[in-house]
Design a protein. Structure first.
Length: 735
């Protein structure tokens, strides 16, 4: 095997990918030297300690940290692995100081001295000097408050850095020596996170520290950690992304060092390379010390929300002209938004995580807003992308947010996790340039997926106005909203350049099973009548049924005609998933969902997860009009009574040349469902005629509460299938 380069084996790289999991890593580092030389330079380009408590690697590392005072070689082994491969890492995520301790030689030396016995030996080249440990600690306390450490680093090629280290992890990693000679893993001296009040040691009391343990202020380990992060950044001039709860302190020190360098004629390349920064801050405005090179800023809070004082409206805010993307904890009012837009006048992307406050008054406070604030108009912005999370607090339900979208006349893309009808009205009125609308429900959130639509349930159609008004619309992704068939026919669509359509079409006229049987009998009688003397004369009731049948067919043909005009369409989803949800298995199988088959006498589960008031994918209902969708790649019609026959499947096989995925035929995950030989034959036929088209199924609800014993009576594959039901189905990855 060649060992010069990992890229000599591209077929293996495609299988292994660009990220090696921690569990695999623990095994890989013990194999042959040629394997390490070949693959580790590639696989280590992305390194993370996330989910450290769940991996074998993380568990052993945690144990090594906890036992470092008497088994230091265990931790040194991990640090040695980090050192060997540090130069290959491009994207780094750390949860403990181990990586910094290993790759920044000497950065934590004072902290390491603090865990030595009472008397330590220092020196090099054969010389040894014995001093009190407390003397060494006191001698380096002042170093924690000096300028940024400019030492070297084994990590020099980083492009992104994420530091998920909490204060407790820092304090635990560097245990301190007690006056009694034992060790403590917690800081028993100061609760100040950065030791602002504990670094006041001067030359006068340094001499006293050699004889009095209690007079020596403890070494600020957290401040040393911040300085180590600063040193790491200074040694990585290509670093573009920084995300950490310590970002504010890290950048504050770097800015001060940069100012000192500027006075001496030097430059700080690290600050100029930063483009994306994530802050943990209780403030809701753009930080003043943000480097001028940053174009993307994310603000998040570990300590809850903070009310915003309106008195700052008249103050001149700090301006960041290069800032193009901003994520804020929440937007409180038009006053708050005005200041944010003044801070970032060329902002293009705004992400709002909540609308939790009103006019600076905490939510739920009965105090009414003042008239002066109420009359302040919404500011205009250049924002083209707006992302909201209204499940955390909807602006359509907040006092004073009636015209929130007035601030975004140049909006091109709107994203949210919840849809309200009032949003559609504001988008149509204030955002004529809109091209993309995506409403993605958080599968693990409090709201989760909306309840399935019931047959003949009233529909509040707020989507049709978008399709008939926004001519630039390219993506409509509102999968759990519905369009009325009647409204669709009355208001022609103007967005003929649609590339993605994720929405349901409902309230299409349909016949019941009895009415369909009646129509067939009428047609048979009329076909059997030969000659004028044998002409079949319908009754009034039969005329009504036949007229309804014609309306059903003509309506579906008209809808297919409208869809056929969307010649740029690549993704077409007329139903996001099957309607089965929590209600079916919430408390075990309800008796009404279990029935006995007339065919084989066995018991099966009745899912009732298809709707009849939708489109029928049949040639006699206008299916052939979809032949114009030559760019279509994805088609989903789950929860729809498609009514397809063999001729319809054959039509799909000879049309839609770019189609790669279809959802709606397969129901393999339906545990205990009665076999359907007709549908199985259709699936086998489409797979034989179009093997390039993947047939998939999306399970739309949870199955975690289904009793194992109950489900096992219906399916021999229950054990493996039930486990898969614990997660919601996913959409195509390129969405």
């Amino acid at each position: 095997m060649k060992t010069e380069s990992a890229f000599d084996l591209p077929e293996l790289l495609n299988v292994l990918g660009t990220h090696l999991t921690q569990g695999s890593l623990y095994q890989c580092i013990q194999v042959s030297k040629p394997w390490n030389a070949t693959f580790l330079p590639h696989l280590w380009r992305t390194f993370t300690e996330e989910h450290i408590e769940y991996s074998v690697w993380g568990q052993k590392l945690t144990a090594a940290i906890q036992t470092q005072t008497h088994l230091s070689h265990e931790l040194e082994w991990f640090k040695d692995v980090y050192r060997r491969h540090a130069k290959y890492i491009r994207h780094l995520t750390i949860n403990t100081p181990t990586m910094l301790d290993a790759c920044l030689e000497g950065a934590f030396a004072p902290s390491r001295l603090s865990i030595l016995p009472e008397y330590v030996s220092t020196g090099s080249s054969g010389t040894t000097t014995t001093v009190l440990a407390t003397t060494v600690v006191a001698a380096v306390v002042d170093d924690a408050t000096t300028d940024v450490d400019v030492g070297g680093s084994l990590l020099t090629n980083l492009e992104s850095l994420t530091v998920n280290v909490v204060r407790h992890a820092v304090l635990t990693y560097f245990p301190v020596s007690r006056a009694t000679g034992g060790f403590s893993e917690f800081n028993s001296f100061s609760t100040n996170p950065f030791g602002a009040s504990s670094n006041n040691t001067n030359n006068t009391n340094n001499s006293d520290a050699t004889t009095d343990h209690t007079a020596t202020p403890p070494y600020d380990r957290e401040q040393r950690f911040v300085k180590a992060c600063q040193r790491l950044i200074l040694n990585n001039p290509r670093l573009r992304t920084l995300s950490s709860s310590y970002s504010e302190k890290i950048l504050e020190g770097l800015q001060q060092a940069s100012s000192q360098q500027a006075r001496h004629g030097s430059d700080n390349a690290a600050l100029k390379s930063l483009k994306h920064v994530s802050y943990s801050s209780g403030d809701i405005l753009v930080p003043k010390l943000l480097p001028s090179s940053v174009t993307s800023l994310r603000l998040w809070s570990e300590f809850g929300l903070r009310s915003y004082p309106h008195t700052t409206l008249g103050l001149a805010p700090n301006v960041h002209e290069r800032l193009e993307s901003l994520e804020v904890i929440y937007v409180e009012s038009c006053v708050h938004l005005t200041v944010l837009l003044a801070q970032a006048p060329y902002l293009k992307t705004l992400v709002v995580n909540s609308f939790a406050f009103n006019y600076g008054v905490p939510f739920g406070n009965p105090i009414a807003p003042s008239p002066a604030i109420e009359n302040i108009p919404w500011p205009l912005s250049r924002v083209t992308v707006l992302k909201c999370q209204q499940s955390r607090g909807a602006f359509v339900n907040k006092l004073g947010f009636d015209g929130f979208l007035k601030s975004f006349p140049m909006l091109v893309e709107y994203r949210d996790d919840t849809w309200y009808p009032d949003i559609a009205a504001q988008l149509v009125e204030h955002c004529p340039l809109l091209e993309i609308i995506r409403i993605r429900t958080d599968a693990m959130g409090a709201r989760g997926k909306p309840p399935p639509r019931a047959l003949r349930a009233p529909i509040d159609d707020s989507v049709s106005s978008l399709l008939s008004s926004l001519s630039r619309l390219r993506v409509l992704d509102i999968p759990y909203e519905s369009i009325k068939a009647e409204t669709m026919l009355e208001s022609p669509w103007v967005c003929l350049d649609l590339e993605e359509f994720w929405c349901q079409i409902a309230e299409v006229p349909f016949l019941t099973d009895e009415e369909e049987q009646q129509v067939q009998e009428i047609c048979q009688r009329e076909a059997g009548a030969i000659g004028p003397d044998q002409e079949y004369i319908r009754t009034d009731e039969e005329d009504e049924v036949m007229e309804l049948s014609e309306i059903c067919v003509s309506t579906r043909k008209s809808i297919f005609t409208q869809l056929s005009k969307l010649t740029s369409l690549k993704f077409l989803s007329l139903s996001p998933d099957f309607r089965i949800g929590d209600h079916l298995f919430d408390h075990g199988l309800v008796a009404s969902h279990v029935y006995k088959s007339e065919g084989d006498g066995r018991s099966y589960i009745r899912y009732d997860d298809v709707l009849s008031d939708t489109l029928y994918f049949r040639l006699d209902n206008g299916l052939d009009q979809l032949a114009s969708l030559t760019k279509l790649e994805y088609l989903s019609f789950e929860s729809m009574d498609h009514r397809m026959e063999i001729t319809d499947i054959e039509w799909f096989a000879s049309h839609l040349p770019r189609l790669r995925e279809m959802r709606g035929l397969v129901t393999e995950n339906h545990v205990g469902m009665e076999p359907d030989p007709k549908n199985d034959a259709l699936i086998a036929l489409i797979r034989r005629l179009r093997p390039d088209v993947v047939q998939k199924q999306t399970f739309g609800g949870y199955f975690s509460n289904a009793p194992q014993t109950t489900a096992s009576r219906f399916s021999p594959k229950t054990r493996s299938t039930t486990r898969a039901f614990r997660f919601r189905g996913s959409r195509p990855t390129n969405n």
